[in-house]
Structure formats: C-alpha cells, structure tokens
Design a protein around this ligand. Structure first.
Ligand SMILES: [Zn+2]
Ligand SMILES: [Zn+2]
Length: 344
C-alpha cells in the first residue's frame, strides 16, 4: 500500500486542546495516519504519513475544522512509506521549542515569504543566506554559501546569528529551515532586533525541493535535507557535502548509533557502518554485539536516549576516541570490565 509523507503547521488560537487531541486521534487513526503532531494553544505542527488513497479524505477532515481549514501542506519528495511507525499527538506549551519569550516581540511582523524562484533570485543578487536549523541538520545539506550556525538548539542558533550579523542590519537577509515554521519565529525576532530586509523561504526546504522539480529550476540547495522521522533525510541533489565522521571519506549517510543508550547522530559511511556494527564507537559496538539478554541487563539503570536530536559535533575528537578504544580493546579484550559480572 502506497503511503505519502507530508507536513503542515499553523499558528492559530486553539481552544480545549486536550479534547481536540482526542478527537483528532480518533479521526486520523481511522484514516491510517501515522506521525508526530504537536498541539498547543498557539497552533499545530504536524508531520504525518498516511495511505495515499486517503489523502482526499484527510484533506476534507482538515478543512472541516475552522482552525485547520486550507492549511497548506508540504509533501515529501523522497518517500519509502516508512517515515513513521505510530501516531503520536502531543499537547505542548509551544509547537516549536524555541526558548524565546513570545511577549517580548511581535510575532505578526514576520519576514517576507519567498517562493523558490524568488529565493533563488535574491540569492543570485547577493543576499546573505542564513540556515536556521541546528548543526546536525546542516551537516548533510545546505544552501550554497549559507551561514551555518554551530549551535544545536534553535535558541543557540538565533543568538549566534544575531552576533554574526550585528553590523549587517540593513543588508538583505534570507532565512531558511526544514518546513518554514522556525523562520516565522526567527524572522520576527530578527526584525524586532532591527534587521530591516528579512526574507524567508516559504514552506522551507521541503517545499523548495518540490517547486524546483515542478518548475525545472536550478537547486541552490545541495545534498540532503535532514527530516525528523525514521527516514532521517531526503535527497535533494546528488551532491555529497559532508564526510564520514569516523574515517573522513566523502559520505552523507546519516545514522543513529544503534547502541540505544547512546543513539548519537553521526555521518557514517557504509564501510564504517560495517566495521563498527552501525555504532559510533568500539565501546558502543561491544555492547551492541552482545546477546540481547546481556544487553538488557547491562542497560538496567541506564537511561536510553529516545530522541534523535543529539549529534557528534567533534569528529576529530571521535576519531581520537576510536583510536584509543581500539588500542585498549586489543590490550584488554574488553572496553567494559563491568560485563564480567553479567556474562555467565
Ligand atoms: Zn567511514
Ligand atoms: Zn554510540
């Protein structure tokens, strides 16, 4: 059965959010919808996958609610139908965890919305391009020449950008992110801080990719687009802009360490995936290769990291650690002396 992955968001006042959550769960579950949806009093932020044959019914279900009527959705360009494994609708304080005080600036004074063609044109005219995503997202793809924040949170990235551009408040600035939602906040925040010429990519990289394809435009975005579902990334162009964090060869294969108490994101080439058994380090590999029941006893009392949003950000340090661990392993036969009490 063919499935479609799509996403949408809207800043809109929602009332009785808990009740709404239950209604949506029943309604969407019946349509075979899977995905992760955040609801709050300030709106909705949804990433879902559903049987392609139910797209029209899902559209009607959305349109029948005033709050979601005509909400624009963005369809993923590359889709293996396995983007989500369950339906999770969560009630949150905010639909984007942004760390900003909302009453401190005017959320209605946002940057100019630009489509792909207009964004390209302004880029070609020399506007400064700013990536509003976190470091692990821009690791495998970005707009040519864009400023890529080193921070791994939205708040960190926005502070970094403010510092970086403090003398460029009059210059044309272009913001982009995955689906557009973070740029709504970021552009309003920059304008509040005196930036006069702020544009933002409407619909984000996801919709840029669709427009580029549909209109035969040149893609100034190179590589893969990091996404927050099981796929981890969708390919926009064949350019490989990153290197394997373990061996340094050209690669943009992004993966999570398969040792579940680690789960760190990393760029890992096929050869290293085999060598390290899909793990970030010899230490994680040793655990991951143990019989399942031994792994379970080793994990007792350790917390598993279920989120996919922490990345290795010091590849040099990782390579040094791998070298040291391999040496120790050769010397001692194990990196986990505590295991002797677990293995019968
Ligand atoms: Zn490698
Ligand atoms: Zn690991």
């Amino acid at each position: 059965m063919s499935r479609t992955t799509l996403s949408f968001y809207r800043y809109v006042r929602l009332k009785e959010v808990e009740t709404l959550r239950h209604e949506l769960y029943t309604e969407w579950d019946a349509l075979g919808v899977l995905g992760r949806i955040y609801l709050s009093q300030e709106g909705v932020n949804a990433q879902v996958s559903l049987p392609t044959k139910n797209l029209d019914r899902f559209r009607s279900a959305l349109d029948s609610r005033e709050a979601f009527n005509n909400v624009p959705w963005k369809i993923a360009v590359e889709d293996d139908g396995k983007s989500f494994l369950k339906l999770a609708i969560k009630v949150k304080k905010k639909i984007v965890a942004d760390g900003l005080a909302d009453d401190a600036f005017d959320m209605t004074n946002v940057g100019e919305h630009l489509d792909a063609a207009a964004f390209n044109r302004k880029m070609e005219e020399g506007a400064l391009v700013i990536d509003m995503r976190n470091n692990y997202e821009s690791a495998i793809g970005y707009f040519e020449g864009a400023y890529l924040p080193k921070a791994d949170t939205f708040r960190g990235a926005i502070d970094e950008v403010l510092g970086e551009l403090k003398d460029k408040k009059q210059e044309p600035i272009l913001l982009y992110c995955t689906g557009g939602i973070r740029c709504e906040k970021a552009s309003a925040y920059l304008k509040h801080h005196g930036f006069s010429n702020v544009g933002q990519l409407h619909g984000g990289i996801i919709d840029y990719a669709r427009q580029i394809k549909a209109q035969g435009l040149e893609s100034h975005y190179k590589g893969q687009n990091f996404v927050f579902d099981e796929r981890l990334a969708e390919r926009i162009t064949d350019d490989v802009v990153s290197t394997c964090m373990q061996c340094g060869t050209s690669s943009d294969r992004i993966s999570n360490c398969h040792e579940v108490t680690c789960n760190m994101l990393l760029v890992q080439c096929e050869a290293c995936a085999t060598k390290y058994a899909e793990c970030c380090s010899p230490s994680c590999r040793e655990i991951h290769l143990l019989p399942e029941e031994v792994q379970r006893s080793w994990r007792k009392g350790r917390s598993t990291r279920s989120t996919k949003t922490k990345a290795i950000n010091d590849p040099e340090g990782l390579r040094k650690r791998i070298r040291e661990e391999e040496e120790l392993l050769t010397l001692n036969g194990t990196l986990h002396p505590e295991l002797t009490t677990l293995i019968p």
